[in-house]
Design a protein around this ligand. Structure first.
Ligand code: SIN
Length: 481
């Protein structure tokens, strides 16, 4: 067993690490064993955290950007210094492979570095008016206290993708991490404390999501909610934020089409699909969900895909270093994947690889699976799979592929493979998604805007746009006559 970063079983309010009488168990999804507990906090503690964040806000907002940047740099360096242990912690509580977990820590640190650089580049404008006697300037100011609600699939990176731009902009944060993977968040908060962040700037509340989320939404002092998770919860947060007219960044569910045209390089398409589909055992919002393959290359693509999927090493990341595919996060995740596969088979799809719960493991494991002859009538077409299942559809015409791809209420990521430049522009412009992978299966990077359209959410994370989500523009209109 690898050395693991200490599991911190406390929440953080105003620089104090607190426990509670009531607690929640945290489980290792690879073994179903309990790995620790976290305080089960509620509205009262959430309000205390908002009090702390509100009290810390004026001084933090006025702190010179270079000082905020220096603190972010120190946090960044500490994250990388502890990379191996933080990665093991991710694998322990989330189940992803060690190499992916290490990649996540680098991804996580990259947001802190990026926004440390951005902190000093927040500039307003000088604007010409039609009236000769007036001048207009804009300044950008931090929005205020931010409620950040983060998911279990990236226990570290989604925290820094939200908190680093918030801190860089001058906002203070109340973070509610997933209760399935809280230890990575608490470790990050500990490192921020070690870096020297003033008390009250970074608060972490653990417990049941709903009462904490509702308190964050209803409190008028929280000026922004940033959430990554399901569309259903995003809509709920939006509805409950209406009375206080909050800013919202919502990174919600996807149903990514992955289109392989007849002119695609099939080996590249295979490599891209394996990277996109099996990242985090299929549990990312941008994983390929519906693989649409042109009928002329369908059979040859399936022939290449079967050995690639059958060769994946499934296992417990911390016991087996060569693990590529870990468990699903919990029983509900496992049941959902099984239900989608069974529904597709019952409606006429065939399973040519995998297709079963792996009962030989004690954790929530599902075999890497390929379904062929899937159609739009099957439930798997509309629902995000969130598991290691490749669902293959056949198409004849480009227009048909685009129509199928867009036939969903969400639009986060889409991918396609083609070597025809005219088609590349046509298809990229027609797909209704916030991010398009062209001859690549990975679109995520610190410098590229991340976010969806339609029911996949609002706003962009990372990139030069990420910090804007935490800033508001103030117009200064000056009569000089
Ligand atoms: C997500 O699945 O929510 C994030 C994935 C990524 O950043 O690549």
């Amino acid at each position: 067993m690898k050395k693991i970063f200490d599991r911190i079983e406390k929440a953080l309010i105003n620089g104090e690490w607190i426990s509670a009488k009531s607690h929640l168990d945290v489980i290792n999804p690879a073994s179903r064993e309990k790995i620790g507990i976290i305080p089960n906090l509620g509205p009262q503690e959430t309000i205390q955290a908002i009090n702390a964040a509100s009290a810390a806000f004026p001084a933090w907002a006025k702190t010179p950007p270079i000082e905020r940047a220096n603190l972010l740099w120190r946090w960044h360096d500490l994250i990388l210094k502890n990379k191996t242990e933080l990665a093991s912690l991710i694998s322990l509580e989330n189940g992803k492979s060690l190499s992916e977990a290490q990649g996540e820590i680098e991804y996580s640190a990259s947001f802190v570095r990026w926004f440390a650089e951005q902190a000093r580049r927040v500039d307003g404008d000088t604007i010409q008016l039609d009236q000769a006697e007036k001048r207009v300037f804009t300044i950008k100011q931090p929005v205020g206290v931010v409620g950040a609600i983060t998911p279990w699939n990236f226990p570290s990176a989604m925290i820094t993708r939200k908190c680093a731009p918030a801190f860089a902009a001058g906002c203070t944060v109340v973070l509610k991490p997933s209760d399935l993977t809280p230890f990575s968040a608490l470790a990050l908060a500990k490192l921020a404390e070690e870096a020297g962040f003033p008390k009250g700037v970074f608060n972490v509340i653990t417990g049941d999501a709903q009462p904490i989320g509702l308190t964050l939404c209803e409190d008028a002092r929280v000026r922004k909610i940033s959430f990554t998770g399901s569309t259903r919860v995003g809509q709920w947060l939006m509805a409950h934020s209406a009375d206080t007219v909050k800013r919202l960044s919502l990174e919600l569910g996807g149903n990514a089409p992955f289109i392989i045209f007849e002119d695609a390089d099939l080996d590249n398409a295979l490599a891209g699909l394996m990277a996109s589909k099996f990242r985090n055992s299929g549990q990312t919002c941008v994983c390929a969900n519906r693989v649409l393959v042109h009928e002329k290359v369908y059979a040859s693509f399936v022939e290449k895909l079967i050995p690639a999927v059958n060769n994946l090493t499934v296992g417990s990341a911390l016991l087996e270093e060569k693990t590529q595919v870990g468990p699903l996060i919990n029983q509900a995740g496992l049941d959902k994947v099984n239900r989608l596969v069974q529904d597709a088979i019952n409606k006429g799809a065939s399973c040519v690889a995998g297709g079963k719960v792996l009962n030989e493991f004690s954790g929530f494991f599902y075999s890497p699976t390929i379904l062929v002859d899937v159609t739009a009538e099957m439930v798997i077409f509309q629902e995000e799979i969130f598991g290691p299942v490749v669902a293959l559809y056949r198409f004849k015409e480009e227009a048909e592929a685009i129509e199928l791809a867009n036939n969903t209420s969400v639009g986060l990521a889409a991918y396609f493979y083609s070597q025809n430049p005219a088609r590349i522009f046509r298809v990229a412009e027609s797909l209704q998604s916030g991010m398009i992978g062209i001859n690549t299966g990975i679109v995520s990077s610190v410098s590229a805007p991340f976010g969806g359209i339609k029911n996949s959410g609002l706003g962009k994370e990372g990139s030069k746009y990420g910090i804007e989500e935490y800033l508001q523009i103030k117009t200064l209109c000056w009569d000089i006559s």
